[in-house]
Design a protein around this ligand. Structure first.
Ligand code: ADP
Ligand code: ZN
Length: 290
């Protein structure tokens, strides 16, 4: 079976074709311009590939609620050209196949749950720390939506006592994304994250923020495992520091088998940056089934 996958991002659109096993057979990348620039080549790609279903993991906020009048729309995104754009409608009109639609991070969470390191678990979280911070939640065997979808990169956290940087979230200033997303590193320290490897204070503060977020997610959602991905996690010192801070902040309050083994509780992404595309394949397979 030929399944289409679209990872719709703010800078690039990754279009792929895969099979039921989640294997990616073909991939093409288009830069994200306006819908008028970007939709035609994507439509042509999927049409030519003769896909039987499409899964879209999209930058947000989006409307994933099937009952809603604006289901399938990208809603209040700061990327103005895509605001209130009916992306599912545009593909449905041309491709006439079932379409699954969710956030980029929910898709990545699903990719790991279907094919990766959280396979077999009913409750897991995928957090990306990149240009933005986003969290996909897989709860009781399905993706969590609630009134819309979680936006758990914008939670409010305690400031590190040695951090006076004001934060760079355009909405909240010093929310988690404003204090710990990739751009905050560069704005606070004057250099991109990749060039700060030799500065221990940078990673102590960064780990403190990410660990707080993980503690909050654990307390609220009770995941059996937390997966951390995104560009900032490419910094190798970070993962062990986050586990250490998490344990410190948790202070022994929750005692489960999972938390007794931190190396298996907080882990890196396992699908070599294909978790998003593979999750889109799974979204498409689920749309086909329904
Ligand atoms: P996006 O979130 O835009 O999809 P990425 O997940 O690749 O993209 O994240 C990009 C962010 O990750 C940038 O802010 C970049 O500076 C940061 N980054 C990339 N590599 C590293 C690294 N080795 N250490 C720390 N930060 C990094
Ligand atoms: Zn914010």
């Amino acid at each position: 079976m030929r399944i289409g996958a679209l990872e719709a991002g703010g800078t690039k659109m990754v279009c792929a074709v895969g099979n039921e096993q989640g294997e990616i057979l073909k991939r093409e990348v288009f830069p994200t311009g306006t819908p008028d620039d970007t939709m035609p080549p994507m439509l042509a790609f999927f049409e030519q590939e003769k896909i039987e279903a499409l899964g879209i993991g999209c930058f947000g906020p989006i409307d994933p609620n099937k009952e809603s009048k604006t289901y399938g729309y990208i809603t209040s995104t700061p990327k103005l050209a895509w605001q209130n754009y009916n992306i599912v409608g545009a593909f449905a009109e041309r491709l006439h196949c079932p379409i699954g639609f969710d956030t980029d991070v929910n898709a990545a969470a699903l990719g790991e749950a279907a094919f990766g390191i959280t396979k077999g678990l009913k409750n897991s979280i995928y957090m990306t720390i990149g240009t933005g911070i986003g969290v996909g939640v897989y709860s009781e065997g399905r993706l969590l939506h609630g009134m819309m979808h979680p936006e758990a990169g914008h939670i409010l956290i305690k400031r590190h006592p040695e951090d006076s940087y004001k934060g760079c979230c355009p909405f909240h200033g010093d929310c988690l994304e404003g204090l710990a997303g990739g751009p905050s590193l560069e704005k606070r320290w004057g250099k991109a994250g990749a060039l700060l490897t030799e500065e221990p204070k940078v990673w102590e503060i960064e780990a403190y923020y990410i660990a707080q977020a993980c503690v909050n997610y654990s307390m609220i959602l009770s995941p059996e495992r937390i997966v951390l991905g995104g560009g900032v996690m490419k910094q190798p010192v970070l993962l062990p520091l986050i586990r250490e801070k998490f344990t410190e902040l948790m202070a022994g309050y929750i005692r489960t088998q999972e938390l007794a083994d931190m190396e298996s509780y907080i882990v890196g992404a396992s699908l070599h940056d294909n978790q998003g595309a593979m999750g889109c394949i799974q979204l498409a397979l689920e749309a086909l089934k329904n």
